[in-house]
Design a protein around this ligand. Sequence first.
Ligand SMILES: Cc1cc2nc3c(=O)[nH]c(=O)nc-3n(C[C@H](O)[C@H](O)[C@H](O)COP(=O)(O)OP(=O)(O)OC[C@H]3O[C@@H](n4cnc5c(N)ncnc54)[C@H](O)[C@@H]3O)c2cc1C
Length: 341
Amino acid sequence: MNNRYDVFNKLCLRQVSLSEHSSYGIGGDADYYAMPETVEQLLTILDVCRTYGMEFFVFGMGTNVLFPEQPKRGTLYVSLKNFADFRINGTKWFVSSGMPLSMLSLAGLTSGTSQFQFTYLLPGCLGAGIYMNAKYLDDQMGSKIETVHYVDLSDPTLSLQTIRAEDCQFSYKHSIFQHKPWIIIGAEIPISEYDEPIQGGMSEIIRKYKLLNGKLSSLSMFYRFFTYEIQELQNKQFAIPAPMRNIDRYRTGNRHFEYRSCGSFFKNNYNAGASIGALVDKLNLKGTSRGGAVISPYHGNMILNLNRATASDILYLKDTVSEAIHRHYGFIPEPEVVIVQ
Ligand SMILES: Cc1cc2nc3c(=O)[nH]c(=O)nc-3n(C[C@H](O)[C@H](O)[C@H](O)COP(=O)(O)OP(=O)(O)OC[C@H]3O[C@@H](n4cnc5c(N)ncnc54)[C@H](O)[C@@H]3O)c2cc1C
């Protein structure tokens, strides 16, 4: 048998519950599921899918996707969350797309740069952080990177391409990647302030992350992992900066890691003069429930899986919010969570 089919068959697991790979904890059994660890493995998967005409869906940690109860038959779901390389080259980092965003804040701490503090406890991986232009307060991923490497699926040879950040059309929760058949492989990140990184510091943390084999789609495990690792760094004399302590306070205060969710369900529409969360609050929709799902009592723009919610429970509440906002404020809010069919 041809080697690439061997590799493909080895990587492709059968009947895997997508609920274990999404922070919503929702999703039925996928016929096929894979977690490639290298670009070569990813390219082999894409190539074999193309040869067989097999459909696939590529994602990261699953903290911004709602999977269906009945995934499409014969589709391969590919999570890149084990594709987590981190290389330091002078004043540049190369980071692969499966690296947790939060890891960048720890790497910043050990390298003496503050530019990634905002990613502390921000769920998800770098690839989707670029795809979504993930942000916290005034900081966003698009303004931190220099170049992005990607595979263009419309290219028959699946060759690797590079695009500069200024050509990525970054704006609020938007990038060019949302409109192209491109899979992000990784990015070069220039580091402004810089100390000699401590030897072995990050590689040991990344090694421990990989040993978890994709378990950090669970928000409680995600929180435990990163707060433990930052405590360890503190024990090694790295003071935790105030902005990172504030992030922990803000996110735990809003119960981000206590309940299953995908964070904010809708993108804000600032033309409306208030955030979606504030509008939901004004409309008295907080606490509205359906089946096992509820509109968070703590943050109006979050729909929580409180107790074995189904995808249709979540979608029902999404429609409830959309319709009420349309009726009272005249626009239909755009979901930020990617609803996988
Ligand atoms: C509790 C909580 C709090 C959150 N807070 C914030 C916040 O403050 N700010 C913020 O911006 N977001 C926030 N989010 C949303 C989420 O953290 C980000 O959107 C993150 O970037 C998603 O990463 P992921 O790897 O989980 O993406 P996934 O959910 O796995 O994927 C999201 C989308 O990206 C696409 N994608 C993933 N990887 C690639 C790739 N390599 N190439 C091409 N496309 C890709 C997928 O196809 C999918 O369409 C929060 C989520 C949670 C659960």
